[in-house]
Design a protein around this ligand. Structure first.
Ligand SMILES: *[C@@H]1O[C@H](CO)[C@@H](O)[C@H](O)[C@H]1NC(C)=O
Ligand SMILES: *[C@@H]1O[C@H](CO)[C@@H](O)[C@H](O)[C@H]1NC(C)=O
Ligand SMILES: *[C@@H]1O[C@H](CO)[C@@H](O)[C@H](O)[C@H]1NC(C)=O
Ligand SMILES: *[C@@H]1O[C@H](CO)[C@@H](O)[C@H](O)[C@H]1NC(C)=O
Ligand SMILES: CC(=O)N[C@H]1CO[C@H](CO)[C@@H](O)[C@@H]1O
Length: 594
């Protein structure tokens, strides 16, 4: 199979077409006609790439002179550099962060680096700093923004649109493509999740001198702002980034890339699901092999085989896939410790049950009690022998060993592929099972959401019930009650119209009966829609559908389902999602099978 969407539709399709004709010269067209190789590592991603570079954060605007900073009760004028960093703190004064010790310590240390020698000598204690006038000033500014007139708001909108048209698109081969994040984040204080040890540190302003540009040699290179220069301009068509820089907090490299709706991203997404479809074909072989490996003489092979069983059966992550800078004690399959599982030789009449309880990615608790095969159970007992609770369960295994093994089993196989495969195949099965041809559209959509929920539960995509949950349920219930009342009124009216018609037997009263009948029907439909909505919302209380929808479910399954049952795709995917899945909306027919 090949990645061949008929046409990827983007918002600015018509405009894009026109520009394409205007901007793409003959010579460039020739380049694009060359066949692109698609092997694994050194794949050529583009032949021609032209863009305008990033949009930098606006320069710092010093505070008006009536906004004062006090140190130890006395007014103190700060140098522009020190003042800028002080404003970052002042803006966050109402936030809990500024009360945290680590945050304050890190901020103060970095702030002092920006001070003049004089300021440094004077400002020695953060507790003596009074930022409250600055804080008031920014609050007033934000109020003023909210109170802007329609015209002012319109002007800002137009400015943004102009910048989007200028910087938000690139030309990659013959396509004008949207760029995802062409604006560079403004400087500020690093927040981080949880109790991040670097919180409060100064996230520096990114300058042109920090920026590496990737574009093609024969393109019009982006100009750095007047009086500045880029760090480097490269021409590397094995990568899909347009711009990169290194941020100062974690030292990680940041990239500007294309929008998910672009051809290159669509192709990547498509490849991911094609890999999962390949797993479908060889999963039986893999399962047979790990079952054999449970009996291996070598401990490392047994451990690998049990871990693989968990990844397959429970869709666990491989482990060590922590978010940048995440310090919370989260684990995945390979890093499970003895304390994370409990063995029950017998539980509620079932033999061989394992209870998992640990913090997974993003500190989401994973709790599950599952029956396992006897050999797995016996192996676990063996792995746990003579170990302390905080010892590794799989002491002969780590993520790289497991990943290497997965590669050997199937090209491109990772733990994530099992998730994608299981999620997608489960969605397909559930849709077949739950969709009832007789039902109307709202009921079918409820079935779709139920199928989607089955997958989210499988992937452990739980969430705390939203704060507004009870309130919005109440509102909906009020609507339902009102609709019910309306229905009984309408029924009563119908009844009396019928009685009337019986007596009068004329055309007019017969017509009245018809009208009333229709009204009852209409209200019944509206009521049913509301009730379906309530059921859906209630069932969705603790489940986050977005993650699996966006990352694990082959969109072609959903698109095919929509086409088959005549459901508008908008009922399933919102605008952003439709852009991301444009390739699937285009490629999948109603008879697509994962
Ligand atoms: C900070 O300064 C403001 C005046 O700008 C004053 O009203 C306030 O009491 C001061 N806060 C402290 C803690 O000194
Ligand atoms: C998907 O995962 C579930 C839950 O562990 C499992 O029961 C099921 O067999 C898996 N399905 C496939 C097709 O792998
Ligand atoms: C995983 O284990 C192998 C073999 O023991 C070792 O060579 C490798 O460095 C380990 N990798 C990591 C990331 O710990
Ligand atoms: C669409 O849904 C996603 C969640 O999957 C959400 O993050 C996004 O904001 C939504 N977009 C629109 C335009 O509603
Ligand atoms: C933006 C950027 O620099 N992207 C890539 C350009 O090419 C170099 C060299 O291979 C890559 O390292 C960059 O990531």
């Amino acid at each position: 199979s090949e990645f061949k969407p008929k046409k990827i539709k983007t918002e600015n399709d018509k405009k894009a077409k026109k520009r394409k004709q205007d901007e793409v010269s003959k010579g460039r067209k020739q380049c694009a006609n060359l066949v692109l190789r698609r092997d694994t590592q050194t794949v050529v991603k583009w032949k021609f790439l032209e863009h305008k570079g990033p949009v930098f954060a606006p320069p710092y605007e010093p505070l008006p002179s009536n906004v004062k900073f006090y140190y130890d009760g006395k007014v103190m004028r700060l140098s522009p550099e020190a003042e800028e960093v002080a404003t970052f703190f002042a803006k966050m004064l109402d936030h809990e962060y500024t009360t945290k010790d680590i945050f304050r310590k890190n901020f103060f240390k970095d702030w002092r680096k920006e001070m003049t020698a004089e300021e440094k000598a004077k400002i020695t204690d953060l507790k003596k700093c009074n930022f409250s006038e600055m804080n008031e000033f920014f609050k007033a500014q934000s109020e003023a923004r909210k109170a802007m007139t329609k015209e002012e708001k319109q002007k800002i909108k137009e400015d943004n649109e102009r910048i989007l048209q200028e910087y938000g698109f690139c030309i990659m081969d013959n396509h004008r493509e949207r760029i995802a994040n062409f604006r560079i984040e403004p400087p500020g204080l690093f927040r981080g999740r949880g109790d991040h040890p670097k919180m409060g540190m100064l996230k520096r302003r990114i300058r042109p001198e920090d920026i590496i540009i990737n574009c093609s040699k024969d393109s019009k290179h982006p100009e750095p702002p007047p009086g500045t220069r880029w760090k480097e301009v490269r021409h590397d068509n094995k990568v899909t980034w347009l711009v990169s820089w290194t941020e100062n907090i974690q030292g990680s490299i940041k990239y500007i890339m294309l929008n998910p709706s672009s051809r290159i991203k669509g192709e990547k997404d498509w490849q991911k699901y094609e890999t999962a479809r390949r797993l479908k074909k060889c999963v039986d072989r893999i399962r047979n092999q790990y079952r054999e490996d449970w009996k291996s003489k070598e401990m490392r092979i047994r451990q690998r085989a049990v871990a693989l069983y968990f990844i397959d059966k429970l869709a666990l992550r491989a482990g060590n896939e922590k978010e940048e800078g995440e310090t919370a004690d989260t684990v995945g399959c390979c890093s499970l410790r003895v304390e994370h599982i409990k063995l029950y030789p017998e539980n509620d009449g079932q033999e061989y049950v394992v209870e998992f309880d640990f913090l997974g990615k993003d500190s989401i608790r994973y709790y599950n009690k599952v029956p396992v095969e006897k050999r797995v159970f016996k192996n676990l007992q063996l792995f746990m022998e003579n170990k302390e609770p905080d010892d590794d369960l799989f002491d002969r295994l780590n993520t790289s060993i497991l990943n290497k093994h997965l590669q050997e089993l199937m090209d491109g196989l990772t733990a994530k592929v099992f998730r994608t495969y299981n999620a997608s195949i489960t969605l397909q099965q559930q849709l077949k099972e739950l969709t009832n041809a007789e039902e109307n559209i709202p009921a079918k959509i409820l079935s779709y959401n139920r199928a989607n929920r089955a997958v989210a539960i499988l992937c452990n995509h739980q969430r705390a019930p939203p704060k507004t949950f009870e309130k919005s349920m109440q509102n909906l219930q009020t609507k339902i009650d009102a609709k019910r009342e309306q229905l009984s009124d309408a029924k009563r009216e119908l009844k009396s119209a019928k009685a009337d018609a019986k007596v009068r037997k004329d055309e007019k009263s017969k017509k009245a009966v018809e009208t009333k009948k229709k009204a009852v029907q209409r209200i019944e439909e509206q009521l049913m829609k509301l009730e379906v909505q309530a059921t859906d919302r209630e069932e969705n209380k603790q489940i986050a559908l977005g993650t699996s929808k966006l990352n694990y479910l082959d969109p072609r399954i959903s698109v095919a389902w929509c086409k088959k049952w005549g459901i508008p795709v908008e009922k399933i995917y919102n605008k952003t999602q439709r852009e991301k899945f444009a390739w699937a909306i285009d490629m999948a027919d109603e008879d697509f099978e994962f």
